[in-house]
Design a protein around this ligand. Structure first.
Ligand SMILES: [Zn+2]
Length: 264
């Protein structure tokens, strides 16, 4: 698989599932009986552009919006698309956060939901919140073997403040993600990835959790820790990983990961 980042590249990730790759990705799919957009970006100017891309690539009109989480960079086009007749579907926690905002979800689910298209086309939605945000939902397109995990994978960046509780939850959630039968994995930002990369992130994450806290304990500065804990060579090509994410991860673990000492 090619992990090169080509800004604004539009491509079909699996049958009928499309993405426009950018810093903020947008993806959409042809469900046979209508078009669905996943998330809604941060820039309302994109509402017409994305609607046109959906039509051009799939021939479908926009019928649904499925929201992975309620961060501002994922929901901006909701009001316009809803005014134009689209139905927004999201986890019930998103509706609680949306209040009476015009872009709020129209339909919600708790834990799991299925958006059925024509034939075998569908999106299986599963809530896996509690790390990046309280809302995180994973979407699976079984007919296309495509998984959308939004911001749960950040190309090496730990997607939350790694407190011991969140570390446990993140490992649980990403392990669950590995159980899907997926050839391609869409994330919220950057190139399309795959399950091997998520597996690799988990081993990298474990390594950091093991190596960084003892160095913090010994009183080393962040710079000194960085000099000792180098980014793994096989992850050097990961999107923006060596530029700042590895360094940021060390800082995040130093700040938030305070495991209870054994014997207390
Ligand atoms: Zn995001």
């Amino acid at each position: 698989m090619n992990f090169e980042w080509v800004e604004n590249e539009v491509k079909e990730v699996g049958p009928g599932v499309w993405i426009r790759v950018a810093i903020d990705n947008i993806s959409w799919a042809d469900l046979g009986n209508g078009g669905v957009v996943i998330d809604a970006l941060e820039d309302i100017e994109q509402a017409d552009v994305v609607r046109a891309l959906l039509k051009e690539t799939t021939g479908q009109d926009l019928k649904w919006i499925v929201t992975t989480h309620w961060d501002v960079d994922h929901i901006a086009c909701n009001p316009q698309w809803k005014r134009e007749g689209a139905i927004d579907i999201a986890h019930e926690s998103c509706a609680q956060s949306a209040g009476d905002w015009e872009g709020r979800p129209d339909m919600t689910f708790n834990d799991q939901g299925i958006l059925r298209g024509a034939g075998d086309r569908r999106i299986e939605m599963k809530w896996m919140g509690g790390t990046h945000t309280p809302w995180d939902t994973v979407l699976y397109f079984p007919h296309a073997k495509v998984l959308h995990i939004a911001d749960l994978f950040g190309w090496g960046l730990i997607p939350c403040q790694p407190t011991p509780e969140k570390v446990t939850r993140l490992k649980q959630v990403l392990s669950e993600v590995l159980n899907y039968d997926a050839d391609a994995v869409i994330c919220g930002h950057g190139p399309v990835t795959n399950l091997e990369c998520i597996q690799r992130f988990l081993t990298y994450f474990d390594d950091l959790l093991e190596t960084v806290p003892p160095l913090v304990e010994r009183g080393l500065s962040l710079d000194e820790i960085e000099a000792k804990v180098l980014p793994p060579a096989d992850m050097n090509a990961w999107w923006r990983f060596t530029a700042w994410k590895h360094k940021k991860n060390i800082e995040l673990i130093s700040t938030h990961y305070k495991p209870t000492p054994v014997g207390t």
